[in-house]
Design a protein around this ligand. Structure first.
Ligand code: HEM
Ligand code: SF4
Length: 725
């Protein structure tokens, strides 16, 4: 069950309640059970060298998307990237860009610096792979140095527990890649059509349950790592990196290879190929895995392609795993065939079956995912098309046995793990809030300097959390004061000193570097959170609200799970999403399509008034919107006659009136007149009829009809693959 019920403690956690019990924080004292480390869950005893079964899809072959052809001709991710890196241009070609993604890098340009007639200022973003978000101090120091020498003097923590470096020039790519690899890091497979960084609950608790979640993340990170030699050939001239990737230190690498190549005879692996699981064409699309423990939804588990929940027995030993499949955020505006989706419960497997179960799911998507239309290539579309029962049956043909039924678990809670906590081994960890994941120095706020001083002095291992924050771990109690002093000296506040809504918020990077951004996100989010906070308070509402914003519908900051989602839909305008759950277990729904930034307060005021008037005690904003539904809220807003709002005073008086045309008090638009289309009288009449029936404006109906038509005729070649990176 996807619960939003009352708080259920996660092992030994406590809450800092705020009226609705959403913002759970672990207590500073965690009496954690001490349990034996589980045996390495599964090592096949015999490796059979049976040829992989022919793949099951008997439908007539469809035209494959352009990227599929590029993958085949790339010779396992080598061509044309290797050649492109040799020339003197400051960019690589579009074909090489597609292959470069598998190496963990996107080509970007600074859109603020674009000038007509001039070449774009090309640069590269590098994303690290770091299962469970863990990384050692030495890697942080290396990244910080790289950012100074080759990057834009910032580091970016991402929503999938990884670091990104922005602003690297093509001529510096090789030293930067090799510096990362030689410091025990890696960008291999951080982007591209394969299993990317495996997310995990970031809490470095030392209980067996949490340790197991981290172990599973590292194992899956390695099990689905690309095997091609292209990376070391291109970035290290074929040499081995000076340092082993840090997450491998806890893995038995021979066993991982055996598990990866183990052939159960059901067509899961390709025998004798460089890539035993991926073959030559890898996956149809990016693939995302997240791991957590019952109750701890720090990873947005329903947004993952595969979400794994470690299930302990009464003594705390992990005995199996619940598996959720088919989540995903990315969509395209006005293209109804694309949508955000929450995952379905696939079932449960005993601990020793987890690796084969995951291989079977990946193989099902590999063979049956849509390789013709990239916009529909994520596994969520396959799960949606088949339905969870048929999808399960399909996976079972690869797995070779039935899944057991999903185990009942406690309700999910969103956890951010910020502040000071005991780890369970006598040491402490500190969750630091990083606004929108950006590590930088700005005026008196010297976050980057403070962090570097702390890491140089204490050499802590760290974790990037799924919410773009960082956690310093293995801190001895006597180091606490020193750390706090450094933070204070550099004006870095602790999580408790931030507005709760800031702490819950996330924005994607968007402008100026993301080529897909339609409008701003990260750069305007601090102001947006402050505006929303003021607005809520003006309406007599002092409640925590999860606000997420992205510059386009790809959904990198998972806005469709937020209580208030802002998704860029035009210049300085956003699609508004309402109704997500504070614990991220339910999709929000689109309320309005293109709300101008300046109109947000006016548009939301009726909604907040309704919430203020009609919510039940302690009901979260997202839960309220979900309960009311879009149509009731829209009707209320339609009839709402905005009364003067008293700042810091009593809530506004609600006025109901007979339906009037003016929906809300909106500022007059100063925008230029929009282009017009001429239609015949007959079409106009028909549009008006439909508009009247659907209670919409005729322009809106026309817009939807034209969009639907255009979506039908736009194929991949027209749109270009860069739209669905
Ligand atoms: C800090 C930088 C970024 C982070 C943390 C990030 C993370 C994410 C996440 C979490 C998603 C949601 C995945 C889902 O559908 O479940 C996503 C989707 C997506 N991102 Fe990003 N991303 C970043 C930058 C970019 C950039 C720079 C691009 C392209 C230039 C990009 C392109 C996309 C696309 C196309 C999708 C939708 C994918 C799909 O539905 O198949 N992202 N990203
Ligand atoms: S959501 Fe869109 S704008 Fe934001 S980083 Fe992702 S692709 Fe770029």
């Amino acid at each position: 069950m996807r619960g939003q019920a009352a708080f259920i403690p996660l092992g030994a956690t406590s809450t800092a309640f705020n009226g609705r019990g959403v913002h759970t924080r672990p207590s500073s004292c965690l009496p954690l059970p001490s349990l034996p480390v589980p045996a390495f869950p599964y090592v096949p005893s015999v490796i059979t060298a049976v040829a992989a079964k022919p793949r099951a899809d008997s439908s007539p072959p469809k035209k494959l998307s352009k990227v599929e052809g590029l993958k085949v001709s790339s010779n396992q991710l080598r061509f044309p990237l290797a050649e492109q890196l040799q020339n003197d241009e400051i960019f690589i070609t579009e074909n090489a860009v597609q292959i470069m993604k598998f190496h963990g890098s996107y080509q970007q340009d600074d859109r603020d610096k674009r000038a007509s007639g001039q070449q774009k200022k090309y640069q590269f973003m590098l994303r690290l792979k770091m299962p469970a978000g863990e990384f050692p101090a030495a890697l942080y120091q290396a990244l910080d140095d790289i950012s100074t020498k080759y990057g834009n003097n910032t580091l970016r923590a991402t929503t999938r527990c990884a670091w990104q470096i922005h602003g690297v020039l093509k001529s510096d790519l090789k030293p930067v890649f090799s510096a990362i690899m030689n410091a025990g890091g890696s960008c291999i497979g951080a982007c591209g059509d394969l299993s990317r960084n495996v997310m995990c609950t970031p809490a470095p608790l030392t209980s067996e349950l949490y340790k197991n979640a981290r172990f599973v993340s590292a194992m899956l990170g390695e099990l689905f790592a690309p095997q091609t030699g292209a990376f070391s050939e291109i970035w290290l001239d074929g040499e081995k990196a000076a340092s082993l990737e840090f997450w491998k230190k806890d893995l038995d690498m021979n066993s991982v290879q055996e598990i990866m190549r183990f052939d159960n005879g059901n067509g899961v692996v390709y025998n004798g190929k460089e890539e035993p699981i991926y073959g030559e064409t890898y996956l149809p699309r990016k693939f995302k895995i997240g791991v957590t423990v019952p109750g701890d939804n720090s990873i947005d588990i329903y947004t993952q392609d595969i979400g794994i929940v470690c299930i302990p027995d009464a003594a705390g030993k992990v005995v199996g795993y619940n598996i959720i499949v088919g989540g995903g955020m990315g969509r395209t505006h006005r293209k109804a065939t694309t949508f955000a989706r929450t995952g379905d419960h696939l079932g449960y497997v005993p601990a020793d079956k987890l690796w084969e179960a995951c291989k079977a799911i990946v193989a099902a998507q590999r063979d049956h995912g849509n390789r013709s239309v990239r916009a529909n290539a994520r596994m969520k579309y396959l799960v949606d098309k088949l339905g969870i029962d048929s999808f399960r049956t399909l996976v079972e043909t690869y797995f070779g046995e039935p899944f057991e039924s999903f185990r009942e678990i406690q309700p999910w809670r969103y956890m951010d793990w910020l502040g000071w906590h005991e780890q369970g081994d006598g040491n402490l960890f500190l969750g630091l809030f990083i606004e929108n994941g950006r590590i930088k120095d700005e005026a008196d706020f010297k976050l980057r300097t403070a962090l570097r001083r702390i890491i140089d002095a204490y050499e802590f291992d760290m974790v990037v959390s799924p919410n773009q924050n960082i956690i310093l771990k293995n801190i001895t109690p006597n180091q606490k004061n020193g750390i706090e002093a450094i933070l204070k000296e550099h004006n870095v506040r602790t999580a408790d000193e931030y507005l709760i809504n800031k702490r819950l918020s996330m924005a994607c990077p968007a402008m100026p570097l993301c080529g897909l951004a339609i409008t701003e996100a990260e750069r305007v989010m601090p102001d947006m959170v402050a505006r929303m906070d003021t607005l809520f308070k003006k309406n007599g509402l002092d409640v925590p609200v999860t606000i997420r914003m992205t510059g386009c519908p790809n959904g990198c900051a998972r806005p469709y799970m937020a209580e208030l989602g802002l998704v860029g839909s035009g210049q300085k305008s956003y699609q508004l999403w309402l109704g997500g759950c504070p614990h991220q277990t339910r999709l929000a729904w689109p309320y309005l399509d293109r709300v101008k930034d300046v109109d947000l307060e006016g548009t939301l005021t009726p909604v907040l008034t309704m919430y203020q008037q009609k919510s039940t005690t302690g009901e979260a904003f997202g839960d309220f919107c979900h309960r009311m539904g879009k149509s009731d809220i829209a009707t209320f807003a339609e009839h709402f006659n905005s009364a003067p709002i008293q700042v810091n005073g009593a809530p506004p008086t609600l006025t109901y009136e007979a339906p009037v045309k003016a929906r809300t008090a909106r500022k007059k638009s100063t925008a230029k007149p929009r282009p017009r289309l001429t239609v015949s009288d007959e079409i106009m009449e028909r549009l008006k009829n439909i508009a009247a029936l659907r209670d919409m404006s005729a322009s809106r109906v026309a817009d939807e009809i034209i969009s639907a038509y255009l979506s039908g005729v736009e194929d991949e070649d027209l749109l270009g693959d860069e739209m669905v990176i």
